[in-house]
Every structure is written in C-alpha cells, then in structure tokens.
Design a protein around this ligand. Structure first.
Ligand code: SAM
Length: 224
C-alpha cells in the first residue's frame, strides 16, 4: 500500500517513517510512504500557499491551486484531515487498509478553501471533537491505524481482539510479575481452564465498555 502525505511540514513525518512497526513494514516493501511538500506547488515567489478569507474572518486559509497541483502528482482515495469531517473509527481504518493507495492532506491555519473539499477530495475525516493546530498528527494517527491492519504488517491475531474490532473494548491484560506489591493478577488466568478464561475475558470486556463507553453498548442495543 502506498500512502501519500500532503503537508506544509514534511519533517513531522520523518520519525513516523523511521521507527518500529512502520519502519519494518516499509523495509519489507508492504508499505510505501511518499511525503509531498505543498509549498513545492506554489507559484508565488515566496512559496506562499495561504491567503485571507473572503467575506472577512480571522486568520488565513490554504489556497486551492497548490493543493490541486500537488494532488495531480499522487493517486488513490484522497482524504482531507479536518475537525469538520466524519469521526474516524476502527471500521473506517479497516476499510481504508484494503486500498492500494491513499492520499492524506494535512491542513494548517484556519483550514482549507471549501472548493478543495467540494471538488478535489473523496473524504473529510476528523480524529475527534477538538481542534489541533495542524493536520499532521491527525494524518499520522489515521495512517498508523490503517497500516497495522494491512496484511503482513503485524500478526492478524494481534488485532482481531483489539478494542472496537468486536464492538466492545479489549479485556484487561497482565504480564509478569504475578504479584507486584500486593497488586495481584486475577487468579482465573492461572487456572488453565480455557472456557472459564474466555468467559472471564468477555465479562471484563462488557464491564469495561459499560464503564468507559456506555455509548457503544447503547448503539449495539439500538441496532438490534
Ligand atoms: C486550526 S485547524 C482549523 C480548524 C477550522 N477552522 C475549524 O474550526 O474547523 C487547522 C488544521 O488542523 C487539522 N485538524 C485540526 N483538528 C483536527 C481534527 N480534530 N481532526 C482532523 N484534523 C484536524 C485540519 O487539517 C485543519 O485544517
């Protein structure tokens, strides 16, 4: 899978490419990352890519032309990062992990000239109901969650039970030591009783989802 990032701050993506699972996926040839500097497509002699907002309004907006020209150099589904987009989910990550190529555009300033959204892209995605200074972190967040689902990047068993994969949150997990200053790992996990352990995991998943994300249980109930 090829992922193109369109950005005004290419350096943000350098570490992303160079570390851990993503670096390994690139090395194995499963993932290709292409970073495109939007300023390279500015026709302005100072490489300016933003301008004032028509009708008044605070701040500056990203102009359509440099983004239009930059998009001509890349392919695949075109996604813009914006707090006004549909909120990203694990389901969307799975859907996008089946694409051969995607392009993610990171905004800055007050965002984008709306014609970019109306005419040039396929999807507007948000990472949640809060506003960041730029789209680089959101772009890396969605790319990371997509990449780990691409076949061959991590073992499939590692993400089949992840939170949201079966609607519910993941169950609690423990590692050595069994007793840390009196804080004990639940006894059932040492019982060797497979069925009992599975039942315990399911119960804990429900418990945690009920406590932290009752909205998920409500959604499941309403879908029935
Ligand atoms: C300061 S924000 C612009 C906010 C815009 N004026 C609004 O209220 O919708 C600048 C850029 O950061 C990115 N961004 C900020 N918050 C985001 C979020 N929750 N999800 C995705 N992208 C976000 C977008 O690319 C956005 O164009």
């Amino acid at each position: 899978m090829k992922i193109n990032f369109l950005t005004l701050f290419p350096n943000y993506f350098e570490i992303f490419k160079q570390e851990s699972i993503i670096a390994k996926a690139i090395e194995k040839g499963i993932i290709e990352i292409n970073i495109v500097d939007i300023r390279d497509f500015s026709k302005n002699k100072h490489k300016k890519v933003d301008d004032q907002i028509y009708g008044g309004g605070h701040g500056m907006l990203l102009q359509i032309e440099p983004i239009d020209l930059a998009l001509k150099t890349v392919g695949g589904k075109k996604i813009i990062m914006s707090p006004q987009g549909s909120v990203f989910t694990q389901k969307k990550a799975r859907e996008l992990s089946n694409e051969k190529e995607i392009t993610i555009i990171a905004g800055r300033y007050e965002g984008f000239d709306e014609r970019i959204i109306d005419y040039l892209i396929d999807e507007e995605i948000s990472i949640g109901d809060y506003v960041l200074t730029g789209g680089e972190l959101p772009a890396m967040i969605i790319a990371d969650s997509i990449i780990r689902l691409v076949k061959g990047v991590i073992k499939e068993e590692s993400h089949l039970n992840d939170s949201f994969e079966n609607d519910l949150l993941d169950y609690p997990q423990y590692t050595r030591p069994r007793d840390y200053k009196g804080m004990l790992v639940p006894e059932v996990l040492f019982s060797g009783h497979h069925k009992k352990i599975e039942e315990w995991k399911k119960e804990k998943q429900l418990e945690k989802t009920k406590k932290n994300r009752p909205d998920i249980l409500e959604r499941i109930k309403n879908a029935k």
